[in-house]
Design a protein around this ligand. Structure first.
Ligand code: GDG
Length: 510
């Protein structure tokens, strides 16, 4: 294995899937990647008897969610192993391949057979870490013992990964997000021949001090994360907050020099790696010959006139995405500018999420009720302003829908990055759709030209939306050109290349 990384790529070169797999081989040779995420990147579909006769019916579907889709595409370039919790039937391991992709990977599907472990783990992750790291303390719902279940579930991930590492000798391990903060802590001691490079990416915000303080086990979480060689955050703000937490919580245990933490004889690189999308893929899906037909058909089926303007929002139905704030904004817009009544609509693609968790169920019910009320208030001659579809829409339809939309409304009250914002821009080549981006989304940090909104200020946001909708096309498309350059340069492959290079460096310096 070479001991130092190659020089950084020239600035004008756009990173590509092939570039990532070439770099991976250069750094880690023929050894496979091992990825771990909470959720499976694909869902296995049981074929109906009818479909069973048609071998072309796809067996795999893609769930909504930002973490796994890009990694899924990468592993179809490089091959490798992936460990995640099982959420559908089908074999274990599952061989994941696509006809047009050069490689395939093995998905190893973990079942938490003890219901207590499963419940406590999910509760600690989704009802304690998620709300507190999104600075929503009012939504915490936890019970004593949940942390031990969380630790136990993380150790089960580590068990499976340790046996894979033993047989496959994987060259690089990449663990993801707040559900798996303690995996590496269990993994290291299990590896008799030493650990390969370990990287971790934290997809959600790292909160301000006063919110972190509400997590009793915060020092344990920080220690767990320091078990990696590289630790990545979405923005420099989250990265710096983490470094401050490490200094404060671990005191003399750590020594911190800029972005390097010295801890227990190891050096850990802590960096910011704003995650991107594959803009080329969204652009070509949006501009495919069948794209506009699919999108128009979809709109008609949703009861919308494809010729009328609409704003689009695409998010899992999660309280951090600001569904209720969005309705307030729309209300303010209609009150200030009643001319929009009867024409401008909001299309919300809102796949339900975590539906077994009581705080989600009640939030989702409140959203439905608020939509009904808004629609009743602003209805005109059979026209209603808000169309909500609680379903997952395939990217082949979603991309041309983005393209057709007059604007995209991202109203997160707190969001690690927000990939929908970048996907929307990817489809706006030579088009004038406006991205209205919450200033509380990580994406606002890199997309400096974007039209920023404050979801806590519905009146101000309504004014911003109205002004942008009135702008000449040249202004809107000029802004989109600059934003698209940004997301093309910092695409998902560049994100992966930076992480590969810097993990390799950190491991060698270790
Ligand atoms: C976490 C962080 C961070 C949505 N609906 C459908 C669908 N989606 C896809 C979108 C997009 C993804 O789900 C959502 O990604 P986001 O980034 O917007 O949000 P989270 O799921 O909360 O993701 C977030 C992200 O991790 C990555 O680091 O940006 O801050 O919270 O890709 O296209 N996909 C399909 N049908 C849908 O109906 N196929």
């Amino acid at each position: 294995m070479p001991s130092h990384s190659p020089s950084p790529p020239p600035r004008s070169r756009l990173s590509t899937p092939l570039g990532v797999s070439t770099l991976y081989r250069r750094l880690f040779g023929e050894r496979r990647i091992l990825v771990a995420t909470h959720r499976e990147p694909v869902v296995w579909m049981n074929r109906s008897r009818e479909e069973g006769r048609n071998r072309d019916t796809p067996r795999l579907r893609y769930p909504a969610g930002g973490v796994s889709q890009s990694l899924h595409r990468l592993l179809l370039q490089t091959g490798g192993d992936w460990v995640a919790l099982r959420s559908s039937s089908g074999p274990d391991p599952l061989d994941v391949s696509l006809p047009d992709q050069p490689a395939s990977y093995e998905l190893h599907r973990l079942s938490l057979s003890d219901p207590q472990t499963s419940t406590g783990y999910q509760r600690f992750a989704n009802d304690l870490l998620w709300p507190l790291f999104h600075e929503e303390p009012g939504r915490v719902l936890t019970q004593s013992g949940d942390f031990e279940d969380y630790r136990r579930a993380n150790a089960l991930f580590a068990d499976r990964m340790a046996s894979l590492l033993e047989t496959h000798q994987n060259g690089f391990v990449f663990i993801h997000d707040y559900q798996l903060a303690l995996v590496a802590q269990s993994l290291r001691p299990r590896l008799s021949q030493g650990a390969p490079p370990l990287a971790f990416f934290w997809h959600i915000p790292w909160p301000r001090r006063s919110f972190l303080q509400e997590v009793p086990e915060r020092a344990e979480i920080v220690r767990g994360l320091l078990e990696h060689d590289l630790l990545g955050f979405q923005t420099p703000v989250y990265r710096d907050r983490f470094l401050e937490s490490a200094a404060e919580l671990l005191g003399e245990e750590v020594r911190i020099r800029r972005q390097t933490v010295h801890w227990r004889g190891r050096r850990i690189h802590v960096g910011d790696y704003p995650i991107g999308v594959d803009p080329g893929r969204f652009e070509s899906l949006a501009q495919s010959p069948e794209g506009p037909t699919l999108a128009r058909k979809f709109l008609r089926q949703a009861g919308m006139d494809p010729e009328l303007p609409f704003l689009i929002s695409v998010d899992r139905m999660d309280y951090t995405k600001g569904f209720l704030k969005r309705l307030d904004i729309l209300g303010a817009l209609f009150r200030r500018y009643p001319d929009y009544l009867g024409s401008l609509r909001l299309l919300q693609i809102a796949p339900p999420t975590r539906t077994t968790h009581p705080p989600y169920r009640s939030y989702q019910e409140r959203v439905r009720q608020a939509v009904r009320e808004s629609n009743a208030k602003w209805a005109r001659d059979g026209w209603e302003p808000i169309v909500t579809l609680e379903e997952t829409v395939d990217h082949r339809t979603l991309a041309p829908l983005y393209r057709l939309a007059t604007g995209a409304l991202v109203t997160s009250t707190n969001d690690g990055m927000n990939l929908v914002a970048k996907e929307y821009l990817s489809t706006q080549k030579e088009a004038g759709g406006t991205l209205f981006l919450s200033r509380y989304a990580g994406a606002a940090h890199g997309l400096r030209e974007a039209v920023l909104i404050d979801p806590y200020d519905p009146e101000g946001t309504a004014e911003i939306i109205h002004r942008a909708l009135e702008e000449p096309l040249a202004i809107r498309s000029g802004r989109n050109r600059i934003l698209r350059e940004e997301i093309s340069r910092h695409n998902i492959y560049e994100w992966m290349e930076s992480i590969l290079n810097e993990t390799h460096d950190a491991w060698n310096r270790g």
